[in-house]
Design a protein. Structure first.
Length: 118
C-alpha cells in the first residue's frame, strides 16, 4: 500500500502562485508515474499534469500549459506542482496520484483545497 499526502494548498489572489507537494510513503516502487488531478465543485475530476519516474516525460492539460510545472524528487519520494498565474477557474481540490501510467492511477491522496479569489 502507498500513502500519498498533499500539502501547500490555500487561498490566493488571481495572478498569484502556490506550490503543492505530495509525499509518498509505504510500499513505494520505482518506475511509477506521478500526477496531479483536480475536481471543482459540481464538476468531474480532471487531469492536470503527470511526470514519469525519471522526470523526462511530462504531460499537461491544455488549460495549465505555460502556467503550471510538475517536478519530482525521487530521493524524497515527493512530487511538486508549481502553479503560477492562478485564475479563479483553477479553484478546486487538487489530488496527487500514483500509478503505472498517466491513464491508470492506483493510489490517491486525500486532496488539498486551492481557492483563487478574483
Amino acid at each position: 500500500q502507498v500513502q500519498l499526502v498533499e500539502s501547500g494548498g490555500g487561498l490566493v489572489q488571481a495572478g498569484g502562485s502556490l506550490r503543492l507537494s505530495c509525499a509518498a510513503s509505504g510500499r513505494t516502487s520505482s518506475g511509477n508515474t506521478m500526477g496531479w488531478l483536480r475536481q471543482a465543485p459540481g464538476k468531474e475530476r480532471e487531469f492536470v499534469a503527470s511526470i514519469s519516474w525519471t522526470g523526462a516525460v511530462k504531460y499537461y492539460a491544455d488549460f495549465v500549459k505555460g502556467r503550471f510545472t510538475i517536478s519530482r524528487d525521487n530521493a524524497k519520494n515527493t512530487v511538486y506542482l508549481q502553479m503560477n498565474g492562478l485564475k479563479s477557474e483553477d479553484t478546486a481540490v487538487y489530488y496527487c496520484a500514483s500509478g503505472p501510467t498517466r491513464i491508470r492511477w492506483d493510489y490517491w491522496g486525500q486532496g488539498t483545497q486551492v481557492t483563487v479569489s478574483s
